[in-house]
Design a binder for this molecule. Sequence first.
Ligand code: ZN
Ligand code: ZN
Length: 375
Amino acid sequence: MSKRDFYEVLGVSKGADEREIKKAYKRLAMKYHPDRNQGDAASEEKFKEVKEAYEVLTDENLRARYDQYGHAGVDQSQGGGHGGGADFGDIFGDVFGDIFGGRGGGRRGPARGSDLRYNMELTLEEAVRGVSKEIKIPTQVHCEVCNGSGAHTGSQAHTCPTCHGSGQVQMRQGFFAVQQACPHCHGRGKIIKDPCRKCHGEGRYQKTKTLSVKIPAGVDTGDRIRLSGEGEAGEAGAPAGDLYVQVHVKEHEIFVRDGNDLYCEVPISFTTAALGGEIEVPTLDGRVKLKVTAETQTGKLFRLRGKGVKSVRSGQVGDLMCKVVIETPVKLTETQKDLLRQLDESFSGAAAKTHKPKSEGFFEGVKRFFDDLTK
Ligand SMILES: [Zn+2]
Ligand SMILES: [Zn+2]
């Protein structure tokens, strides 16, 4: 069975600090504590789950490993070694396919391998253009020595005499008959008398696998890419789980992304803003010229069509929105200050209505507001 997410178990967010985690743990531990729930197996399981989540999330190292690799990062001690590059021919058929869809049917026989999660950080450029990355994941891999059977070369696994191969037995609990994993073969349905030396009868073993992952162009934070069958190998030849690569795009120095559109801020001089002119603005493909119209106010957005991001799903291309911000000149010389005072003089008095309509309108409004107050 797949394990639940530790953050979910404690009911806290991924960014929760130690204090929040402790608080959540205390509350849940009280609720499920065995002393308060004598003989209740479900509560006992909950208590164990909560305790494990707490132990991992309050240990800085373990938490970092868990965040990066999921359960596989903290479940077992690591084996060494390298895997070969995998063949990813058919993976992208189900990019963004159904995520964690229901896998019906009760547990019977050897367990399917767990799904794994890998958090991948990308720069904006990588996310926009697509990239191939090599990743290392600690996981369970198929044992090639016994070909997953768990039996030593030349020997065979035998059908479990207790459950006759079903992996399950019926137990009575009070009035109820409950199906449980067979205690003799641990739910596998088979008994291995002479286990494989490499995997000790598990049919799989712990190894850090190296994979090359191709990220399609246009992905964004929150996108998940499924690599079928690249999760943990199953027990004794059962199917492997899937690997989910969770994309996180790092903040960019210049651009902010919103869906397929990119936003950036460009400073312009107040002279250019007033008189109009041409400025250079950055795009992901280099600089382009942008015509600033005369009498441009600060904060105005200029749209550059087709200079945004191409959507990984629809193929539509977004726009680049450039917000111009007027830069007030600094470290002025006496001459410059003088010129500005002269300029300002030309705006005042009767000319103000023509040259500064916004300021005029605003101050008239303010005046009316105070006049009304004093009436
Ligand atoms: Zn083996
Ligand atoms: Zn059995």
